[in-house]
Ligand binder design. Sequence first.
Ligand SMILES: *Cc1c(COP(=O)(O)O)cnc(C)c1O
Length: 434
Amino acid sequence: MNYLSVRGQSAPVGFREALVAGLAPDGGLYVPRFIPKLRRDILENLPDKSLHDLGREIAQLFIDDIPNDDLNRIVQEAWNFSIPLKQLDDRIWLLELFHGPTLAFKDIGARFMAHVLSHYLRRESRQLSIMVATSGDTGSAVAHGFFNVPNINVYVLYPSGKISRLQEQQMTTLGGNIHAVEVEGTFDDCQKLVKQSLSDARLRKRKFLTTANSINLGRLIPQTAYYAWAVAQYQRMVGRKEPLTFVVPSGNLGNLTAAIYARGMGIPILRFVAATNINDGFPNYLRTGVNASRTSIQTLSNAMDVGDPSNFARILAFYKHDWPKMRSEIEGVSITDDRTLAEMKLTYEKTKYVLDPHTAVGVEAARDAIKNGARDGMFIVAATAHPAKFPDTVLKSIGRNVEIPQQLLQAMQKPKRSTRIPASIDQLTDILMR
Ligand SMILES: *Cc1c(COP(=O)(O)O)cnc(C)c1O
């Protein structure tokens, strides 16, 4: 498989090069030349497949230069936790993606990427610096995924004061090869700094740099596996093969892009609901055909506070800029904080299930889609984070606390270590050159 830049000004590359480069030399995101189809015998026998079977089969289609045995080991080691599908009510199911070490779905892509990179780097002497901008959960997932991986330094850029203390503790307390950079600005500023440093020729000459944001294919591709796995579990549990609608709580649109790719690979998916908070640029685009990037607004579902989603370019490329086709397959729904809180309360009262605010945006969006006359069939909401990561919001909505898992308690007690900088490339360069 070859990978092309969405801007079309860079030469095609293999997976390894796309992974290490992060961004193509022309500044565009890499996309696969085409979306490969899963083999018929796999698609027809989904209920017999495990998460690791599906992960390996999918990885094989996208990665030519790693032997199958190694890919098998990589998915087993990266995904050493479960991703269960649970029924919430008569139309809505939850795919719990938050059982990894940092309790959010980003562990799944970040850990896969870390294991693949360490496979590629095992005979190298160079040090690779990985840059990552985070609006909350990416930073900790990447930091934990790469912690103590030889030959790798991670720089996590996060917006000062705009993430929860728990989230901050999770990425500033590891130390070692993990460097936390607290940026005086927004998430979009952090993202811009990462893009700037990656396209800075002078810096790249001296440093072996890449990114592990959701713009990196190494995180995006493995995320397709859990959509296949959700369908496999559904078919096994229900004994039917009807196509399902996936509801994806969205910020940078990486998770949604992975769902779209999974469908392209032949996984039976009917439609998508892109659920956002009031940072509603993508739902707006679906409605109007006009894309306007804007400054992000802070909400309770802060990992989705994105004004200018990076994977939008990939979705446009997938649909070849065909807006009518895109909106016939994807419904955009934007949910306010008030509705998020109300949904958390409602779900808890009806089922005793505690939703985190991001997943609540998805569940509330699913209810909208159902109300808007959505055809029959089941809605599977990507449950993107564990509620314990958002104790204040949980307390406010349901009037009680959820138990804090052990890994969070430990992070809370360690001292924070980070370097605070203004949103300027010069200051960042100083840190990288240390
Ligand atoms: C990152 C994140 C999202 C948004 O995912 P994208 O791939 O950026 O659209 C949603 N929920 C949680 C909990 C996240 O951490």
